[in-house]
Design a protein around this ligand. Sequence first.
Ligand code: SAM
Ligand code: DTB
Ligand code: SF4
Length: 313
Amino acid sequence: MRHDWTQAEVEALFALPFNDLIHRAQSVHRRHFDANRVQLSTLMNIKSGGCPEDCAYCPQSARYRTGVGAGPLADAAEVLAAARDARDAGATRFCMGAAWRSPKDRDLDAVIEMVRGVRALGLETCLTLGMLTAAQARRLKDAGLDYYNHNLDTSEAYYPEIITTRGFADRLQTLRHVRDAGMRVCCGGIIGMGEAVADRAAMLQTLASLPEHPESVPINLLVRVEGTPLASAEDVDPIDLVRTIAVARILMPASVVRLSAGRRELSDAEQALCFLAGANSIFYGEKLLTTANPEIERDRRLFDKLGLHAAPL
Ligand code: SAM
Ligand code: DTB
Ligand code: SF4
């Protein structure tokens, strides 16, 4: 596995003729995966809104009036009921997100109870709680957590345009803590925030240069939420999303690349191109954290149409 891609090499991949790029991505994909298999993760927002951070894309920041209320940490029974429903609908991983800058140690006790309960249902577990100390990461690993999600979101150069309350280096530090604790890493980013192609290339280059590639790489299309600074960001051409997925697939051949937020904006044909480019995971279920995701029935029809089957990878 290569970890030494240069920025120029990654930009050159983005500049390939589309058919060449897709052929290359699909060839890499088939060397590592069953090309007709897609992994399904269901999200739950276990702590909504009121977040002190200023992430310009996020409806849960307390700084923006988006209509997302601040709530307490969900109770374990509610979380387990949602996890059971997700499992019964076909998901294999349950991802719990909290609108925190970082968790307090006492919050972790309650979250750990949720992780244990969700695992007991036979699901893989993922948490995204913000920044972690090394000791917090170890506690989560000891509790049996499978994955921790912590996105780079964008390039180091563009990061200050999007978030000022923490830095890119803070993100990398949490990722190190998660890795050192022995957990699997879920780390990706967002496109459609006004970044240049060079920023997309730099973000993926950083991911591919980590000592170990993240096992899971979510590529989110910005969901534009009224009240956030990015509410009127320009449309992304879906072809550019497909290119980003293809480059992620080529750089991180054995990682699961997730076609993440933003699928509601995409046609079946556009999603099919994303799978052809090497995406092999989606968020499944009618809600992401605070915004809508395609309906389960629509996804089932899409999978039938494309001959895809849902399975863990
Ligand atoms: N508070 C924690 C953090 O920021 O790490 C965890 C939850 S946060 C909502 C998780 C990720 O969701 C963000 O890093 C970002 O990539 C993604 N996200 C949030 N709002 C989004 C939006 N409007 N469109 C696309 N992705 C979004
Ligand atoms: C990820 O990369 N995307 C998910 C999950 N990891 C936590 C979150 C998407 C959030 C979209 C906006 C919302 O629903 O609030
Ligand atoms: Fe808070 Fe996470 Fe939203 Fe940033 S992305 S405002 S840290 S919930």
